[in-house]
Ligand binder design. Structure first.
Ligand code: G1P
Length: 295
């Protein structure tokens, strides 16, 4: 698949405290959603969108992610002997054609700082950032990153952000953009991190996928830490937009719902929705749910 941008940084260093106790000793990105861990959907989405080089920004306690994507010749051999072709295919990460690298954010200094860890990986090329705890579209089947990369090149943008309209009560959980113009691809005047509903400039929330030019790194370095000591990527993007840089929004399509797995209710909902859509077992889950709901 042709994509003008072949590099992606995937931050997975967050502690996952809102998903405790499930995340006590395993990364939240490794929680299963139906058949696969969350982060596998993200990696498969990126490969489908034309990414070839991927950098995970990990942290303490995240080794399971590295183990998951490592090749396991003994396991593959036993699956081959047992004739389990479907599992062989599902586990054949080499088939994705990705070169996967890892680096570590040792101190929790926020998303902006995590992205800064990708500076030497990105070099002077534009790159995608995909949050490792967000799946875009049922089973991650979205081509939003490719549309964003196309918009980045076509518009000669500095930053492109995926946005999704959220309910007024939810604006306080996200970065919210102030659009300048309409349509599915539009210019962003500015943005604010987690505003109160009455001060939010719109209901368009930043949704876990970004494209950046190399200029982002200097901007991140200029950001002052917030009161929790975190460097917010929103502050760096706002500085670019307000300084006359070109920041564009790309709207996610209706079939590109964003599954944000940062808290228990959204994790439960996502699991159920993916399990119901499972080609082999979905019908059985549906029957079971109907039955227990009727009891
Ligand atoms: C981060 C960003 C926020 C964005 C969200 C989802 O917040 O700071 O602007 O809306 O990801 O992409 P977090 O979920 O890490 O608190």
């Amino acid at each position: 698949m042709d994509c003008p941008i072949s590099r992606a940084v995937v931050p997975v260093a967050g502690l996952g405290t809102r998903l405790l106790p499930a995340t006590k000793s395993q990364p939240k990105e490794m929680l299963p959603v139906a058949r696969k861990p969350i982060v596998q959907y993200v990696v498969e989405e990126l490969a489908r969108n034309g990414v070839r080089n991927l950098l995970f920004v990990t942290g303490r306690g995240k080794a399971a992610i590295e183990n998951h994507f490592d090749s396991d010749p003994a396991l593959m051999e036993s699956l081959r002997k047992a004739g389990k072709d479907d599992l062989l295919l599902a586990l054949d990460f080499e088939e994705l054609g990705l070169n996967i690298l890892y680096t570590r954010q040792s101190v929790q200094r926020g998303l902006g700082d995590a992205i800064l860890h990708g500076e030497s990986f990105a070099g002077k090329e534009p790159f995608i950032v995909a949050l490792g705890d967000s799946i875009i579209g049922l089973h991650g089947e979205s081509m939003a990153c490719q549309r964003m990369a196309d918009a980045f090149v076509r518009e000669d943008a500095d930053v492109v952000i995926a946005v999704e309209e959220v309910e007024p009560a939810h604006v306080r959980f996200y970065g919210i953009v102030e659009p300048h113009g309409e349509g599915d691809v539009f210019r962003i005047r500015t943005m604010v991190e987690k505003p109160a509903p009455d001060t939010a400039p719109s209901r368009l929330a930043v949704s876990g996928r970004y494209v950046f030019g190399p200029g982002i790194f200097d901007r991140i370095r200029q950001v002052k830490p917030d009161k929790r000591g975190e460097i917010q990527i929103t502050d760096a993007i706002r500085a670019i937009a307000e300084g006359g840089g070109k920041v564009m929004g790309v709207k996610l399509r209706p079939e590109e719902k964003r599954y944000d797995i940062g808290n228990m209710p959204s994790y439960f909902e996502t699991f159920l929705e993916f399990a119901l859509a499972d080609p082999d077992h979905g019908e059985r889950v549906r029957t079971y749910l109907r039955r227990i709901l009727a009891e």
